[in-house]
Ligand binder design. Structure first.
Ligand code: ADP
Length: 563
């Protein structure tokens, strides 16, 4: 169980990442499926709308002629049974139909049987027809009814019928029955195709358009009506452009003609595909952004975890670092108190040990305090023109005492000529150098030579600390300046430290507009170099500083604060 808990704790970030990733992938998958079905549905829905529209236009045309026929052709049976077909004229006149080429009566009763009269609106009376083609069409259309009337059967139910065998003379017939349901005659109309094209169609097309489409969409539609030979009889808009998307034949009259609908913009498939691509693209972008956000959050979390781990190590390391010099101070103090120092030299020696160890303690505490100031942004520097030589010598003196019997040899190599003064915070630079020297001693597996270099290069004063210690791998060289970072392999395991020294060095040097670099090879030692820009502090005049990047900088003020 503890193994499982440890495993979970170690991999909590990746588990968290997976916990967020899996639902995201599932969501994207569902979205994909949903968009695919939406694409299909929207194509079908679009197609259905177009079909329904044409259906509505065809029905509208049907209603018009059916309604007109039922109204105008409902002639009283008395006109046939009482031999007064002329008396139908006022009926036709009042109920007359627009769109009828002829209104007519054909008697199937008594003496008038077979008599065909047309209504003449100009004379307001029934007249003998002269249009042979129309008459032929009427006789052909009426033939079945004539046969039926000869059988003298009673008809329970009669309805309006059409006959379109002559496309120029389409006939609508209304069989008229008497009280005994006997077929006594036919009232009918020959349809006017011109009126159909010029009045009935435009009205029907326009009426349904607004019911099915928005104003914008209807602008992209073109409706055409074609006859049996596919000749265009009527059209709205350009009926050659775009794609033909729906077709529908008329149902009541003009049944050999059909309506066709074209759209000028993209067709429904293209539209649905474009929609699909857009939605999928947006979903993917969203997914990527989400993953990016998650990756960033996880990186921050893993950093925090690493930092908290480092902080834990820091506390245990620092306690050790504090305890060691304190123990030495106590032991040498006791020696002095108990009078174990027999000679004045011994007294001085123990005193020096106590002093050195307390300086070491001070350095550590200073490091911790400085770190806390840097972290909270309260660290300030007092820049003054100073001789870097003096600062280096001062620090070396304290180290010489500390390392007297350790076998370490510290040598100082100065470049030719006197170094110009530099605008520095002498205490801070001393602290940086101390940290580097401390490390040079700490990370040497056996005592050796530590060489301090002090020289001028172009516009820089260069302080270098070279040791022949354990060295640092290339990979670690980029990380050792991070706070709390400690190399966790080899000898370093046994050497206690806070992981703060180099991060403080780096902060101090950056505050001086300088740089700190490391060159090292594992097993062959390391060289840490601090470069500080040269400034003429006496006059305030500046010497242009050549930075490694080639950038020239103005000098900084004496009270520069790098919060
Ligand atoms: P500390 O020494 O307290 O651990 P530092 O910030 O001074 O912290 O150093 C960070 C790490 O860099 C050290 O833990 C060590 O691994 C490595 N390091 C620093 N100086 C040297 C050196 N001169 N030789 C080898 N390794 C070094």
């Amino acid at each position: 169980m503890p193994r499982v808990t440890r495993y979970l704790r170690r991999h909590v970030i990746w588990l968290g990442f997976l916990a967020a990733l899996i639902p995201l992938v599932v969501l994207l998958g569902l979205q994909y499926g949903w968009l695919i079905s939406l694409e299909k549905t929207s194509v079908l829905a679009h197609q259905a709308t177009l079909n329904n529209y044409l259906e509505a236009v065809a029905s509208e045309v049907g209603y018009y002629y059916q309604g007109a026929a039922e109204r105008a052709l409902n002639v009283p049976s008395a006109a046939f049974t009482q031999g007064c077909m002329d008396r139908a004229a006022p009926h036709f006149e009042t109920k007359g139909v627009q769109g009828a080429k002829y209104l007519f009566l054909l008697s199937l009763y008594g003496e008038d049987k077979g008599k065909l009269l047309f209504f003449d609106p100009a004379l307001s009376s029934m007249v003998i027809p002269t249009d042979a083609a129309a008459m032929r069409a009427i006789y052909v259309a009426s033939a079945p009814w004539v046969v039926m009337s000869k059988k003298e059967e009673s008809l329970a139910h009669v309805a309006v019928t059409t006959d379109e065998r002559d496309p120029d003379n389409r006939v609508i017939l209304n069989p008229i029955t008497d009280e005994q349901s006997r077929l006594v005659g036919i009232a009918g109309m020959v349809v006017d195709p011109k009126y159909f094209c010029e009045a009935v169609l435009p009205k029907a097309i326009k009426k349904s358009l607004s019911a099915f489409f928005s104003e914008g969409d209807s602008k992209n539609l073109a409706v055409s009506v074609r006859d049996a030979k596919d000749d265009v009889k009527f059209e709205t808009g350009d009926c050659r452009a775009g794609h033909e998307e729906a077709k529908k034949a008329f149902t009541f009259i003009f049944t050999d003609w059909h309506l066709a609908l074209r759209t000028h913009h993209v067709n429904p498939q293209e539209w649905a595909q474009a929609n699909f691509a857009l939605n999928m693209g947006l979903s993917l972008i969203l997914g990527v952004v989400l993953l990016g956000g998650m990756a960033l959050a996880l990186r921050a979390a893993s950093r925090e975890m690493r930092l908290s781990q480092m902080k834990g190590d820091f506390v245990s390391n620092v306690s050790h670092e504090l305890r060691t010099p304190l123990a030495s101070i106590r032991v040498f103090g006791e020696f002095l108190r108990l009078g174990r120092a027999a000679t004045p030299e011994k007294v001085r020696e123990y005193g020096e040990y106590i002093e050195t160890e307390s300086r070491r303690l001070t350095r550590l505490i200073n490091n911790i305090l400085d770190f806390s100031k840097i972290e909270s942004g309260r660290k300030t520097y007092q820049f003054q023109a100073a001789d870097v030589n003096d600062v280096v010598e001062e620090i070396l003196k304290t180290f010489e005492v500390r390392l007297r019997d350790s076998g370490f040899v510290i040598t100082l190599e100065r470049g030719p000529g006197r170094l110009p003064p530099a605008m520095i915070d002498a205490d801070a630079i001393g602290q940086a150098l101390s940290n580097l020297l401390d490390n040079a001693v700490k990370y040497s597996s056996r005592p050796g030579e530590i060489r301090i270099g002090l020289d001028r290069q172009d516009g820089w004063i260069v302080i270098s600390v070279k040791d022949s210690g354990i060295g640092i791998t290339k990979e670690e060289q980029t990380k050792i300046f991070e706070r709390f970072h400690r190399v966790s392999t080899g000898l370093v395991h046994d050497v206690k430290g806070s992981g703060l020294g180099l991060s403080i060095v780096s902060h101090i040097v950056e505050a001086h507009r300088g740089t700190v670099t490391v060159e090292s090879e594992p097993g062959r030692g390391s060289v840490f170099s601090i470069r500080l820009p040269i400034v003429d502090g006496g006059t305030g005049a500046t010497e242009t500083v050549e930075r490694p990047s080639g950038e020239a900088r103005a000098p900084f003020s004496a009270e520069d604060s790098h919060a």
